[in-house]
Structure formats: C-alpha cells, structure tokens
Design a protein around this ligand. Structure first.
Ligand code: ADP
Ligand code: MG
Length: 695
C-alpha cells in the first residue's frame, strides 16, 4: 500500500468506516437516508451517533460540533464535549441521535438580512448526511445546514442542496422523455483554488494585509510577473514542504487534493482537487481554504486568499469546473466521438447555453463581492461580461445543427509536436481560451469569474438552478412530441439560434469585445453594486420560486446581506488606509524630508554654501508637495466617510461607497505610491511589494 492510500480519509467517518462500525440494519438505514432522504428512526439515529462517538474517541476527539456555512464566507462551529456527569461524580461519554441530527446555536450574530428579528434569535442546524462527518483537531465535525426559527435558509449549503434536487428532477424528466432513463443526476464540481503565500514576519508589518487581506498601497516593484518565470516554475523547497504538509492534512480529511503548481504571479500557487459531487466539493473547498491558512502558520507563512492582494499583479481566482452526471458515472456534457449526432449531449449543452444567456445577471451576482470587483476585468481575470467559449470544433457542430445538418466532414486535427520522439498529440478539441469567463473545456464548463474567496456553493447553486429551469422547459416541450428525436433536434436548433449571442470565442480582454457585447445586448455589470439590484428582478424571483430554492423574502435577505457586507468591507478598508497614511506614511515622509533638509544644512556649513545640494532640495520639495496633496486627500476621505450612512448599509450606501469612497482611496494610493518610490528605504515604514513578493 502506498502512503496516500494509507492516510486517505483517515479522519472521515466514510462508507468504509460506517460498514465496519455499524450493525447491518443501521448501516442500511443510514445509506437509504443518504441516498433518498428516508427518515431515520430515533433508535437507529442513536445507534449511529453512538458509533460515531466511539470512533471519534478512538481517534482522539473529545468534542463535537455542528459545522455550518453561515452567510459570512467562513464556516462556523461551536464545540460541545461528549462529556456527561454520571451518578458517581465521574463522567461518561455521550452523543445522542438527537444531538447528531439537530442543533440550536445562538444565531443572533450571524447575518440574516433582516429575516431574523433579535427577539427570535434562534437558529437551527440540521445534519446533511450526504456529506461525511469528519474529525478536525479534537472535534468531530458534523456538516449541517443552518436555518432560522421560521425555516428560512441562513446559509450557503441549503440552496445548494435544494438546487441539486431541482436539477435532478428536471434532468431525469428529460432523460426519460428522450429514452435514456437514469435513477439520479448529480452535478459535479472541481474547484481550482489559487492563493498567495508570503512570509508571516513581513505580513505582520502590513496593517492593510492584517485588517483587509489585501494591500491598499504599494508601488510596483522593478520586477513583477513580466518574465512569466514563475508560472509552472520549479517549486521552492520551503513551498514544497508547505504543499506536502497541506496535502497530508487534506488527504486525511478525504479531500482529493490532486494537482499543485506555481501560478503566474510571483508567490502565487494553485491547488486543484479531483472533482466530486457539488455539495461535497463545496464542503471540501471550505476545508481546503481553512487548512491552507492553518498549515501556513506552521511554516512561518501566511496564506492570502483575497482576490486581489496586490494591485498590478494577477489576482486569485477559483475556477469552478462544472458538469452533470448520471449515477452510473455518465458525464452528460461529454461530446463523445460524434457530437453532431449525439442528441442527448446537444440537448444538455443547449440547456446550458440558454440558461447562461437568460440568467447572465445571476451568474454575475454569484461571484460578486467587494474583493472580487478588483479582479474582474483586471490582469488575467475574465471581465464582468458573461459569455461562453465553445471552441472552434463545437461551434462548427452547433452551426451545422442550426442548418439542420446531421453530419460534418471529419477533419483529423493533430497537433504536430515537432520533435519526432514525442507522439503526435490529438489537438484538444477545445483549444483553450484563457480569457473566457465561461469556457467549455472538453467535457465540462469552467466558470472562471469566481474569486479565490467565493464559496463554491454560490456559483454552483446558481448554475444548477438556471440549468434546471432550461431543462424544465425542454422537458415540457418534448413531453408531448410524437417524434421525440426530430423535435429534440428542432429544439436544439431553435435554442442555439435564439441564444447564440452569448457565444464568443475571441479575446475577452479586448476593448472591442466590450463594444461588441454591448451591441449584442449582453449585460456588463462592472461592479457588485451594478449587479445586485438584478437579484430581485421578477424573472429571478420566479425562477427561485419555481424550483423551490428561495422565497422572495430569502432572496431579499441575501441581497441585503450582500449590500451590508460590501459596505462593511469598504468602510474597514478606508479606515485602515487613513490609519496607515496618517500614522505611518506622512510621519515617515516628514522625517525623511527633515533629514534631507538637515543634510543640506550640514553640507553647507561644513563644505561651504556653494556645495551642490540639488538632489536633497529637489527631492525634499517634491516630497513636500506630494505629502501635502496626500494630507488634503486623506481629509477629503475622512469627511466623505463621516457623511456615509453606515447605519443603513443598503443599496444607496453601497452605491456611495462604490462611487465616492473607492475613487478617493484610489487617488490616495497613487499619491502614497509616488511618495514610496521617492523615499529612502530606511525611512519607509512597511515592507514593499518587492519584499513581500520576492522574499
Ligand atoms: P486546468 O488548470 O487545465 O483548467 P486542472 O487540472 O488544474 O485544469 O483542473 C481541472 C479541474 O476540473 C479539476 O479539479 C478536475 O477534477 C475538474 N474536472 C474535470 N472533469 C470534471 C467534471 N466532469 N466535472 C467537474 N469538474 C471536473
Ligand atoms: Mg488551472
């Protein structure tokens, strides 16, 4: 046995452990519960809980927690010990079925978007048996959904689970109609996670990184990523050790961490797991992010998960690879050998095309947030305009279908590898377009707008829901067809023609595309504040209601939480920037100016008044005037912040933060960066970009 298989899933109460630890009927009941939600009887739940507890104790755990994903972006847990006092003044270890299935954390400090008045602060957590229980540290973690007293979802897991049910319902209907019935359709997700690692000692000296997770100022270093020498470069020993340690932790937790490599920006890396069911992928990605941070500490490093820690350098994304599969493992987005005659594939593909075109707004919203706004449209990041890349071959297929053709002249597409020792590689039918926000990559779509901090759940539930709606309409239409095959071909053709405008194989980073997209009538929602109002558009409320994902109140609450979070983040950033400018930058530059002036005096008195002092005088003059401008701007920002209505944190205040506060912060940054490049490194009060990125 090799090392990975020895440690893989060691800390997970997975199927193998269940089989081993549970009596046969309890195991069967649990499997049924996992597969189709059949209720567990109280007695059986007790047996399962008790077995979990024994296994947890054997593996060193002392506590348990309901592990959930509130609307904060991080996971939440409240630990209780297994301990119960016995009659003899000692303790026994206890864990009941009730404690496994339901929890009641005090929910009052989690965001609820106004759903939960403080007088009914109660919230409930409910066990999600489709995601395995695991041990983290000394705690048995039970993945749970989190809802209010009234049953409204207050977390990121609930809508994802509901959307998986929705797409399952509709996909099964369609498969049934076209004569290839299945018993279950799941959505699969493989999230590629990008991150930066920097030395902890330097991180501690940057208030902006500590408070905001990103730098708010910092001049471009002499060398950045222009040589592309970091991408896929040899991994430094220190980073290798980190990755090894991280893999170890993740494997034990049953996370299929698979590939790792250096990314484009200096100090940037990526980890991709092998894909799994959307819900598991989402839980595992949360665990991965948590472990990335924790393991970094052990190595004297800090893991930055912010989408844009450094201006002018690539940001970090989280590419959401997404597909649909039946329970026997058939990937519904696999084109097969002859895509043009593969009606089933073309139907599912068209459903995605239709969904993405009709719900561009929801996809944009699913990746929005103050931090990802810095990235979308920046270096190497897809722009805010949603479009689909199909690749030349598939585009050719769709064009032919639109002309009612059912075959293509077969072109062998081989890539000549030049060196004769290398085999000819069959050209990837989906010649990659890294600029596309939503690209077909052979047997799945890759949604590239999600940021490194984005929870997988949000883009995944949006995709599931919008595609479920397209599949629902397809099933409705084909249900009564006499000749299903002919009607399906007609439907594919009609759908493609109607939604073709969303397909774009060109360079998404170009200015021409922005204009072209506008003429095609595609949305260009540049900022979070531009996108959010669409959340509550009637068509979207209808969609969520039809598929039982959200009520109107829940959508409004989620929108309110987005606005609130946006305002809070920008407010913290602005306050941090002011703190740095007033307490660090201006005093440092002043001291340097004073030292320059002193030098002039000393030089003149020691060497005579004719001595050349141009360098000192010019520098001191320049710095003084930029410093004054900076002082004035920071006052402007202070006043603007005082005028912001931070009590409201609604659409209007978010708009104010977006249009007034952010531009002022940008102006301040420009001035501060000018000071940085002209100030002696001895005086500059914090590590520079060069220090942070090339440490
Ligand atoms: P690249 O960087 O070339 O896009 P990676 O190998 O880094 O590719 O990551 C590809 C990701 O896509 C992996 O997480 C992989 O598991 C995932 N993936 C592959 N096939 C599917 C699928 N059918 N459904 C969902 N995700 C998939
Ligand atoms: Mg990748």
């Amino acid at each position: 046995m090799n090392r990975i298989s020895e440690i893989f899933g060691k800390k997970v109460f997975n199927d193998k452990v269940m089989k081993e630890k549970l009596p046969k009927d309890a195991y069967n009941a649990l499997r049924k519960h996992i597969e189709d939600g059949t209720e567990l009887e109280g007695a059986t739940a007790n047996v399962i809980a008790s077995a979990m507890k024994d296994w947890a104790l054997e593996n060193g755990a002392t506590h348990f927690t309901h592990w959930f994903q509130p609307m904060t972006g991080v996971t939440a847990e409240k630990h209780d010990s297994f301990m119960t006092p016995d009659e003899n003044g000692g303790v026994i270890m206890n864990f009941s079925g009730k404690e496994l299935i339901k929890g009641e954390p005090d929910a009052s400090s989690f965001p609820s978007g106004g759903i939960r008045a403080t007088f009914e602060a109660r919230g409930y957590t409910a066990w999600d048996p489709s995601s395995y229980v695991f041990i983290k540290g000394n705690t048995l973690c039970i993945p749970t959904a989190f809802c209010s007293y009234g049953g409204e979802a207050l977390d990121k897991k609930t809508p994802l689970l509901l959307s998986m049910e929705a797409i399952n319902r509709q996909a099964l209907r369609l498969l049934d109609i076209i004569g290839s019935p299945a018993s279950k359709v799941i959505t699969t997700v493989g999230p590629e996670q990008e991150y930066f690692l920097i030395p902890e000692s330097l991180y501690r000296q940057r208030k902006d990184l500590v408070f905001c997770g990103r730098t708010l100022l910092g001049a471009k270093p002499p060398k950045s990523q222009e040589l592309d020498d970091h991408y896929f470069g040899a991994i430094k020993p220190k980073i290798s050790e980190y990755m090894e340690d991280l893999n170890n932790e993740l494997w034990q937790l049953g996370v299929l961490a698979n590939t790792e490599h250096n990314e484009v920006a200096p100090s940037q890396h990526e980890l991709a797991p092998i894909f799994s069911t959307a819900n598991i992928a989402s839980d595992h990605n949360q665990l991965t992010m948590e472990m990335m941070k924790k393991v970094a500490e052990r190595h004297g490093l800090v893991c930055l998960l912010h989408e844009k820690p450094f201006a002018g350098i690539n940001g970090s994304g989280k590419h959401i690879n997404w597909s649909m599969a039946t329970d026997d493992g058939t990937n519904l987005l696999k084109p097969g050998k002859d895509p043009i005659s593969n009606t089933q594939f073309l139907l599912f593909l068209s459903a995605v095309i239709k969904a993405v075109d009709e719900y561009q707004d929801l996809l944009r919203i699913s990746v929005s947030g103050a931090s990802n706004d810095h990235r979308l449209g920046g270096n190497e990041a897809p722009p805010s305009i949603i479009s689909i890349f199909l690749g030349d071959d598939l585009l050719e297929v769709m064009e032919a279908v639109a002309e009612s053709k059912s075959s293509l002249p077969r072109k062998a597409r081989m890539m000549d590898t030049k060196a004769s020792v290398l085999p000819d590689i069959k050209k990837d039918t989906t010649d990659r377009n890294r600029t596309s926000p939503f690209a077909f990559t052979g047997s799945r779509f890759e949604f590239r707008m999600a940021g490194s901090l984005t929870s997988v759940s949000c883009p995944a539930y949006m995709l599931n829901t919008i595609v479920a709606e397209a599949l629902r309409q397809f099933a409705d239409e084909l249900e009564s067809a006499h000749d299903v095959e002919a009607s399906a071909r007609e439907l594919i053709k009609k759908t493609y023609i109607r939604h073709k405008r969303i397909i774009f194989n060109g360079n998404n980073y170009s200015e021409e595309w922005v204009r072209e997209a506008e003429s095609r009538g595609l949305l260009n929602l540049r900022t979070t504040v531009d996108a959010l109002p669409y959340f509550t558009a009637q068509k979207n409320l209808d969609l969520f209601q039809t598929h039982k994902i959200f009520t109107k109140t829940e959508v409004e609450a989620r929108q309110a939480i987005f606005y609130e979070e946006y305002c809070k983040i920008i407010n913290i950033e602005a306050l941090t920037l002011l703190d740095i400018i007033n307490r660090d930058v201006i005093p440092a530059v002043s001291s340097y100016i004073s030292s320059l002036a002193e030098t002039v005096n000393i030089k003149k008195s020691a060497l005579g008044s004719d001595i050349a002092c141009k360098a000192e005088i010019n520098l001191a003059t320049l710095l003084s005037s930029v410093c004054d401008a900076l002082y004035t701007k920071s006052h402007e920002l202070e006043n603007a912040l005082a005028e912001s209505d931070d009590a409201q944190m609604n659409e209007e205040s978010a708009r104010y933060f977006c249009d007034v506060i952010i531009p002022l912060m940008t102006e301040i940054r420009t001035l501060a960066d000018e000071l940085e490049v002209n100030t002696s490194s001895e005086f500059w009060p914090m590590p520079t970009y060069g220090d942070l990125l090339f440490a």
